[in-house]
Design a protein around this ligand. Structure first.
Ligand SMILES: [Zn+2]
Ligand SMILES: [Zn+2]
Length: 176
């Protein structure tokens, strides 16, 4: 996938967050530890129960944006997510390439996460259309995805789900 034309890789973080298992604080801690490259050096990843709930809420809001099936609903849900953001953009070249960060570098992890996810997701939606977001068509999978294919033809969250569905369709044809 090529995100260059999408302006931001932050949408990838949003999708990961929406698909993460965050039902308990341990799940939230795992998610943050697995995505610590998104947070400023020195940001503490230890959360209070209320903060863990806030992360799970952000995840739910991202998922709701992806599941919305009309522009008015997308707009409403996107704005609910953006309400939680506290953007303070700045330019940085910490990884060798000049790019924007959306959250204050000294903000807590929840503010950094929510702001980055809200800004990244809304940027993709306004630049490329809400139809770029979807939910996996594979049976038994409800992961959301962002479609960065040229012709916006994506239906599955991953190659794994795509090939699993192809095999299932083939077997169904064999049976009939
Ligand atoms: Zn960066
Ligand atoms: Zn899937």
């Amino acid at each position: 996938m090529n995100y260059d034309t999408y302006g931001s890789t932050a949408v990838e973080l949003a999708i990961d967050l929406a698909n993460a298992a965050l039902d308990d604080p341990a799940g939230v801690a795992d998610f943050l530890a697995g995505h610590d490259e998104w947070f400023t050096d020195g940001t503490t990843l230890e959360l209070s129960p209320a903060e863990a709930t806030a992360v799970a809420r952000t995840s739910t809001l991202v998922r709701e944006v992806a599941l919305a099936d009309s522009e008015p609903v997308v707009k409403e849900r996107l704005n609910a997510l953006l309400d939680l953001a506290a953007p303070h953009p700045y330019a940085t070249d910490h990884d060798g390439e000049l790019h924007l960060h959306y959250a204050r570098p000294d903000a807590g992890v929840v503010e950094q996460l929510t702001t980055t996810v809200a800004m990244g997701l809304s940027q993709v939606v306004v630049q490329h259309g809400w139809r770029r977001l979807g939910v996996c068509s594979a049976e038994g999978c409800d992961d959301v995805y962002v479609d960065t294919s040229r012709n916006a033809s994506r239906r599955y969250c991953s190659n794994t789900c795509a090939s699993r569905s192809t095999v299932a369709a083939y077997r169904a044809r064999q049976r009939t």
